[in-house]
Design a protein around this ligand. Structure first.
Ligand code: WT7
Length: 661
């Protein structure tokens, strides 16, 4: 495991503002103070009761938690449950078939709405089609799709038949797709011809073709959704059109209950080493915590709310709060394909107004982008339908939090009218590994503080500990840990259980180490301080410094590389790379452009370094470890800190010199 650094305490907030919910909000709130009391008094009893409340079980469970195989938990192990039945069929059986499940808004402005009945039928057809292609329970299906309803349909069809989906973000490269397909040994790939990006068709299928060009993979079929009618190269052996395979499949399909611990999905995320980790989530516990947190944190009233989570299904936020929780809870949600600035910078607010969105869940990086574009844009729309706002993905700075509250959460119409009570804001801390919210206010209970996720959700026990694993006092900082197993926790890393134990359970005895620094304020509320390991957070997306370094050194020009995340006003962090060249590039060649393109091809455009600096040396300790802390100082334009442990003390001067040139 890589070394961790102690979180910097100098950026601790001295925020003292707190906003209590209005009496009106409290009166109708779903999440109640008694939930904390019930969970504190009997944690497992609380989860058992919640499990029976939020899900319909085919077979009820008798044991809540089996922790005898720690750190691999079993929740509700002898219960059986079908995720797709819970997300779809049961709502239709309960007379809610005509309720809209998804309002889809395509980037070019095309729209489609699916009622629960229609979505159920679509998923049954996809389940039948997948089965006819030989996909059976336990098989893996790679999903490489844009934000279109077929993405949700594919995931739920897999869940229905017990196949394990592995969604690969559409912005990842062919190489990244191939390595994930290989690691999970996927049998089927579901993709699309392309998607729309800023008014132009953008292709997806060529990346699949490229990924599967070399032999040795396990894929038997590629299902292709026609999204924008682009020309595609057709591989007769593998490719089938979705329209011909799924749309003609039978609309009858009976969902059977799967074991609670049956894997639901694998989702790859960046860690501290070069190779992404396939995080494994199972069915029962994951769905329970997903649905319960969606209901409580967002104060969901499914009969009247219109929920919009802006995350792509390529990330865990899209899994939990687009595909699973809203549908399990019978909510109506909006799904949007494109970027916030297409065809204009008011597109999101236009969507909020059009569908009457009541709950909006997005990332600080988006909020800061809107701040930069100016408040006159959202001010010219009617956002009065909004009644709750959420944030996720990285620490939200108090300034962005206040802007969110004042500009978005107070908007009561385009004439500059203000809401009497601005909407509550819930900052939600969690991870791919945790599966669902872990730290978040209950909006009808907690007086919220700008910039803090504050308090563990009912039934979750988190703590902040020092280097030795001892709980710190209020007003002190340290490392965020989770003390007790939780229902939606990961069950391991695909194909590498040793790495699972090593990464999360070896730093502190008997506690899950999250990789984040945190602080407890004077009230005991938790403030997240960012990663303490070699993981960067760019626009709420996780990137590994080591993964990008490996990519750079794989290029023939590069002898050595060091990557750091430098603070960025909008994206949180930006990737900055320092490289030592081993070959003199050709006359007139732009090395930086070449290397940026190389990383983009290797991993994906989001991993492209913002800046690449060619340097003569890298700062290393006597044991050869790169001192990224010093490079971060350089990248952030600060005076370079303590460099006394460097093997060669002149290195930083050399770097500074080459930067001046
Ligand atoms: C890392 C997990 C959870 C879905 C999106 C990211 C950071 C996430 C917050 C928050 C401060 C946050 C942490 C965490 N993070 N939410 N509300 N406040 N930091 O999932 O890609 O697995 O990344 O994102 O550093 O460890 P992910």
């Amino acid at each position: 495991m890589s070394d961790t650094h102690t979180p910097t305490l100098d950026n601790l907030s001295h925020e003292t503002r707190a906003f209590a919910p209005s009496a009106e909000f409290v009166a109708n709130a779903i999440g109640k103070p008694e939930q904390y009391e019930a969970a504190n008094a009997d944690r497992l009893g609380y989860w058992a009761e919640t499990a029976r409340k939020v899900l319909t079980w085919d077979t009820d469970f008798t044991e809540v938690l089996d922790w005898s195989g720690a750190p691999v938990a079993k929740w509700f192990a002898d219960g059986k449950v079908n995720a797709a039945y819970n997300a779809l069929d049961r709502h239709v059986e309960n007379g809610l078939g005509d309720r809209v499940a998804i309002h889809f808004e395509g980037e070019p402005g095309d729209t489609r709405s699916y009622t629960y009945s229609q979505l159920t039928t679509a998923v049954k057809q996809a389940a039948n089609a997948f089965e006819s292609l030989g996909v059976a329970k336990g098989d893996r299906v790679a999903v490489y799709l844009p934000m279109i309803p077929e993405a949700v349909i594919t995931m739920l069809a897999c869940a229905r038949i017990g196949a394990i989906h592995s969604v690969v973000f559409g912005g990842f490269s062919a190489d990244a797709l191939r390595s994930r397909v290989d690691d999970a040994e996927a049998k089927l790939v579901v993709t699309a011809d392309g998607t729309w990006r800023r008014g132009k068709p953008s292709a997806l299928k060529p990346a699949v073709d490229e990924a599967l060009a070399a032999p040795g993979h396990t894929v038997q079929n590629v299902l292709v959704v026609k999204r924008n009618g682009q020309d595609v190269t057709w591989n007769e052996k593998l490719d089938k059109w979705w329209s011909e395979t799924v749309d003609s499949a039978s609309t009858e399909h009976t969902a059977v209950g799967h074991e609670s611990e049956h894997p639901l999905f694998v989702l790859y995320t960046s860690g501290t080493t070069g190779k992404p980790k396939g995080i494994i989530h199972t069915t029962g516990g994951y769905l329970v915590q997903a649905a319960a947190t969606h209901r409580d944190t967002f104060d969901l009233h499914p009969e009247t709310d219109v929920f919009w989570c802006t995350a792509d299904i390529g990330w865990v936020t899209g899994h939990t709060y687009v595909t699973y929780a809203p549908l399990v809870n019978g909510a109506t949600q909006v799904m949007y394909e494109g970027t916030p600035d297409s065809p204009h910078q008011g597109r999101w607010w236009e969507i909020v107004e059009k569908y009457g969105v009541t709950i909006l869940y997005t990332a600080p990086t988006a909020i800061r982008t809107f701040m930069k574009w100016g408040r006159q844009i959202p001010d010219s729309y009617d956002l009065s339908s909004l009644r709750l706002l959420g944030s996720v993905g990285e620490p939200i700075n108090p300034e962005a939090w206040m802007w969110y509250r004042e500009v978005i959460g107070s908007n009561n119409g385009p004439n500059g009218e203000k809401k009497e009570h601005p909407t509550p804001i819930v900052d939600t801390w969690w991870q791919t590994e945790t599966g669902a919210h872990m730290i978040a206010p209950l909006p009808g209970v907690t007086a919220t503080k700008p910039g803090s996720a504050q308090t563990p959700v009912p039934g979750i026990t988190v703590d902040v500990v020092d280097e030795m694993g001892v709980s710190v006092g209020n007003g002190e900082g340290g490392f965020l840990v989770i003390r007790d197993p939780w229902p939606a926790m990961l069950r391991g890393i695909w194909g590498d259980m040793d790495r699972y134990k090593e990464t999360y359970w070896s730093r502190f005895e008997g506690m899950y180490f999250a990789g984040d620094g945190a602080k407890k304020d004077e009230d005991g509320d938790i403030w997240l301080l960012g990663r303490v390991d070699d993981v960067m957070n760019v626009s709420g997306h996780r990137l590994s410094t080591t993964e990008i370094e490996s990519s750079l050194v794989a290029h023939p020009y590069v002898a050595e590389a060091a990557v750091v995340g430098a603070k960025d006003e909008t994206t949180g962090e930006a990737v900055v790379a320092f490289v030592i060249l081993q070959i003199e590039p050709a006359e007139g060649e732009d090395v930086v452009a070449t290397l940026r393109a190389h990383v983009g091809k290797d991993i994906g455009p989001i991993a492209k370094p913002r800046h690449i600096l060619v340097v003569p040396e890298l700062p290393k300790t006597r044991s050869g470890k790169i001192m990224r802390r010093l490079l971060k100082d350089v990248a952030e334009g600060r005076e370079v800190g303590d460099s006394t442990t460097l093997a060669d003390s002149t290195v930083m001067t050399q770097i500074a010199d080459s930067m001046r040139k």
